[in-house]
Design a protein around this ligand. Structure first.
Ligand SMILES: *Cc1c(COP(=O)(O)O)cnc(C)c1O
Length: 421
């Protein structure tokens, strides 16, 4: 890893922490990636890894998928940005409204962060209320309303980053996933503009909804005139072709997406009921805009990836391989008597060490990070690139073959065996 180390020492001098986004950093140095191909990445020293990080979610068809790249190239040859409407945008929007139950109208943006920032503004503008609820451990990008820690008791939150105003954070209340009472308690006491939540948590590892939880939340938000926003930046076109909302049969008022809908290029989108979305400028008075919003290259690539995934039984295929891999991980964990649990849904999974269950953010964050670090290093040395944090998700893609899964299962087994010794 000499070349990565060299580049990192240079990079550290010129960009904070040597990375463009904090979670990419790990000691002694992150790998500089030279190439991604299918299920694999190659670093600048020529080492090849089976990738389970997959850029944190966008690449459900794999790295440099031919069909997606062809669509991007065809668009690039015609120009990359116009500052005017284009056909790829409309095609992507049409596809989203067809697949996603809550999407009567869609507005494209440039990132997941932008999508959630705009969605929260829309919910506030629509309801005329200031306060919002997020989930403990939920992640919605890096704008101020989302960078908030839980407050004490029934008060609003506190900034989770320096530079976020306490005056902003106090409007963001925090509830616990899979605990409907914690939501209705806040809604009974405060006028809440929106609940923004990942329907399947994906930023404390994978945490799935217990039976009835999403349905109850739908009911309670409706009773309180609160806009229910599903942040499906990860789960959109991942949990199913219509996201988690289609998988679990619960339709929110608004939805945010990003990651997969850009086909590996920067993208975001917020969408929802016509009654709400028609208040967005220029149709209405809630402002949202962007130079690169609805970028035609992102839209063409995103649509190609979605088309590929929605054809044949591709979702079922990735899901079956993931389920088989998770089964084998659970078995070898048990055989080696390593304490922990594995959560999974569709093509995402997470291993939590030292705890028997992770049903909300508080439980998930009790997982043993040192054990995760051991696993991360063990796997890296043996050609498997996991996301370098105990609380990120392992992502599978259509490019992960049965053979890749066999190798992965074997490596995890070796790791659990090494722990036992
Ligand atoms: C990644 C993510 C975001 C932020 O998206 P960016 O494109 O990184 O700005 C928002 N919400 C969730 C649930 C995410 O996982």
């Amino acid at each position: 890893m000499d070349r990565s180390a060299e580049l990192y020492s240079e990079s550290k001098q010129l960009t904070p922490g040597g990375v463009s986004s904090p979670v990419r950093a790990f000691a002694p140095n992150p790998l500089f990636i030279a190439e991604g191909r299918g299920s694999k990445v190659v670093d600048v020293d020529g080492n090849e890894y089976i990738d389970l990080c997959m850029a944190y979610g966008p690449l459900i068809a794999g790295h440099a998928c031919r069909r997606v790249m062809d669509a991007a190239r065809a668009q690039i040859a015609r120009g990359t940005v116009y500052g005017a409407p284009s056909v790829p945008e409309l095609d992507l929007i049409k596809r989203i409204t067809t697949e996603v139950p809550s999407a009567e109208m869609v507005r494209l943006a440039c990132s997941g962060t932008e999508a959630t920032m705009h969605a929260i503004r829309v919910a506030r503008g629509f309801t005329g209320r200031d306060d919002i609820i997020k989930i403990n451990g939920g992640f919605h990008g890096t704008h101020d309303a989302a960078l908030v820690n839980a407050g004490s008791g029934s008060s609003g939150g506190t900034p989770s980053s320096k530079g976020v105003l306490a005056d902003v954070a106090k409007h963001t209340f925090t509830a616990e996933y899979n605990d409907i009472q914690s939501f209705s308690d806040i809604m009974d006491r405060h006028e809440i503009a929106c609940v923004i939540m990942e329907p399947v948590m994906g930023n404390v590892g994978v945490v799935t909804p217990e039976k009835g939880f999403l349905e109850d939340l739908r009911k309670v938000t409706e009773e309180h005139g609160t806009v229910l926003i599903f942040d499906e930046v990860i789960t959109g076109f991942r949990a199913s072709s219509g996201g988690a909302q289609k998988r679990y049969g619960v339709t929110p008022d608004m939805t945010t997406m990003g990651k997969i809908i850009g086909g590996g290029f920067a993208a975001g989108a917020f969408m929802g009921k016509r009654e709400i979305m028609q208040n967005v400028a220029p149709q209405g008075g809630i402002y949202a805009a962007g130079t690169f919003a609805g970028n035609p290259v992102s839209a063409a690539a995103g649509l190609a990836q979605i088309d590929l995934m929605c054809s044949g039984d591709n979702y079922a295929k990735v899901e079956m391989r993931t389920a088989a891999l998770v089964k084998s991980i659970r078995e070898s964990m048990e055989d080696s008597k390593v304490k922990g649990c594995v959560n999974h849904v569709a093509s995402m999974f997470s291993i939590f060490f030292g705890i028997d269950r992770a049903t909300n953010g508080t439980e998930a964050m009790k997982a043993d990070r040192q054990m995760f670090d051991r696993m991360f290093r063990f796997m890296l040395q043996r050609g498997v690139y996991l996301p370098p944090s105990a609380f990120e998700v392992d992502f599978m893609s259509l490019a992960h073959s049965d053979e890749d899964c066999g190798v992965l299962a074997e490596r995890f087994k070796e790791f659990f065996g090494s722990v036992k010794q």
